[in-house]
Design a protein around this ligand. Structure first.
Ligand SMILES: Cc1cc2nc3c(=O)[nH]c(=O)nc-3n(C[C@H](O)[C@H](O)[C@H](O)COP(=O)(O)OP(=O)(O)OC[C@H]3O[C@@H](n4cnc5c(N)ncnc54)[C@H](O)[C@@H]3O)c2cc1C
Length: 377
């Protein structure tokens, strides 16, 4: 059997009612948002989303979750992305940090933090990359040293999205040197309370002029023992299933989707042959991508760990959305008429395009993972 397995899974028809519910909510609560409003931290909006039960949808009810399916969550995520809804405050916690806490945090931590996430009141960031280790996470040097009742952290994380808003970080720190037989040994995941002293968040401006990510400096920062997540030195064992969540969602190919909508408007009802062929090709590719992404989410629902398939969705998806602005420009090149809106959307997408194949794992690194999964290296 092939090591790559995309199960034939489709979104059940009955989820259409949920989709309509989300669209109606967005029409009321997040109308006419700007191009980059998805990146906005909007406490009121997140609280309203929480009140609808759309954060932590798949988590157990005893922690404020909804015990709903990954495919239901998929529909909500998809609609929020297409609607450019301002989800930044709760999105990381919902997608990734909450599931880590569910799996590895102690009971008191789960009881105190998870319900706050589901209410849309708690923002998380991810502290993995460092100045000397991005793709090679296991080269991380930021050190956690034993102290009375906990650990002392010294070092620097970088590219930390949203650290300036976050209440907590899930940080990856070095607790022991790498072992000779396993260089990935020696790192531990910690829950970091960003309000404690000894932490400095310095903004980094990106090429679009936004300040979304940061440098985070730890100086004798204390973390209590009960904020260790999972086993000390064994983070390498915990990271893999998390990556399938991080890489396979619809957000991985919908970041520049508004270019496709604007292109459709510019080409109009009767595009010429070139326009029709080009648009048809883009839509067919998007349809295939979506089916692959739905499949991965269905497999997660079935308790599988589709790490390889998730990497493929991220690789193919981000290359597609990155190429979209230039392709749309080509197809619209000979169309006459008013196109100021199209130009603005394409310009914005072209500015954010370079980051798409870097965040969440670079294209080259993903291909290394896929090659290993296929037994080629
Ligand atoms: C918008 C954005 C948001 C981000 N948010 C976060 C965040 O919230 N938290 C966080 O921890 N990090 C975050 N990152 C960091 C991101 O995860 C890293 O930038 C990424 O992992 C690459 O690491 P690097 O920048 O150190 O590049 P490097 O790892 O130095 O890579 C440089 C180049 O070498 C290639 N390369 C590296 N290793 C290999 C290999 N083994 N085989 C083949 N080619 C290789 C890469 O593909 C790349 O082209 C974010 C990045 C971006 C762009």
């Amino acid at each position: 059997m092939s090591p790559i397995q995309f199960d034939q899974i489709r979104l059940p028809r009955e989820l259409q009612a949920l989709r309509e519910e989300v669209r109606e909510f967005l029409r009321r609560e997040a109308p006419a948002t700007g191009l980059s409003s998805r990146a906005e931290y909007n406490a009121e909006f997140s609280r309203k989303v929480g009140a609808r039960g759309w954060i932590g949808m798949t988590w157990p009810k005893r922690y404020g979750g909804g015990e709903r399916s990954f495919l239901e969550r998929y529909v909500v995520t998809e609609e929020f992305r297409v609607g450019n809804a301002p989800v930044a405050l709760h999105f990381t916690a919902d997608r990734q940090s909450g599931p880590i806490l569910l799996k590895y945090a102690g009971e008191p931590t789960k009881q105190s933090i998870l319900p706050r996430i589901t209410r849309g009141e708690c923002c998380f960031c991810i502290g993995m990359s460092e100045p000397g280790s991005g793709s090679d996470l296991f080269a991380a040097k930021t050190k956690a040293t034993r102290a009375a009742g906990g650990w002392t952290i010294n070092g620097t994380k970088i590219w930390t999205s949203g650290a300036h808003h976050a209440n907590y970080m899930i940080g990856l720190f070095r607790t022991s040197p790498p072992a000779k037989e396993n260089r990935r040994h020696g790192l531990t995941q910690f829950l970091v309370d960003m309000s404690r002293p000894g932490i400095k968040v310095n903004p980094i401006e990106d090429m679009s002029g936004g300040k979304h990510f940061n440098e985070v400096v730890f100086e004798d920062f204390f973390i209590p023992d009960d904020h260790v997540l999972g086993d000390v030195d064994m983070a390498w064992k915990q990271a893999t299933s998390e990556l399938a969540y991080e890489r396979s969602g619809p957000e991985r190919f919908l970041e520049t989707i508004h270019v496709l909508f604007a292109l459709t408007r510019v080409l109009g009802d009767k595009p010429d042959l070139r326009g029709a062929e080009g648009l048809g090709r883009l839509v067919a590719q998007l349809h295939t991508l979506r089916r692959m992404s739905v499949s991965v989410n269905g497999m997660l629902q079935a308790g599988k760990e589709p790490v390889l398939e998730g990497s493929i969705v991220k690789d193919v998806g981000t290359l597609w959305e990155q190429a979209l602005p230039a392709r749309a420009r080509e197809l619209a090149a000979f169309v006459e008429g008013e196109r100021a809106e199209f130009d603005a959307v394409v310009r914005h997408a072209a500015t954010i395009a370079p980051k798409l194949t870097i965040q969440g794992g670079t294209t080259e690194v993903l291909r290394g993972i896929i090659a290993r999964g296929l037994g080629l290296r």
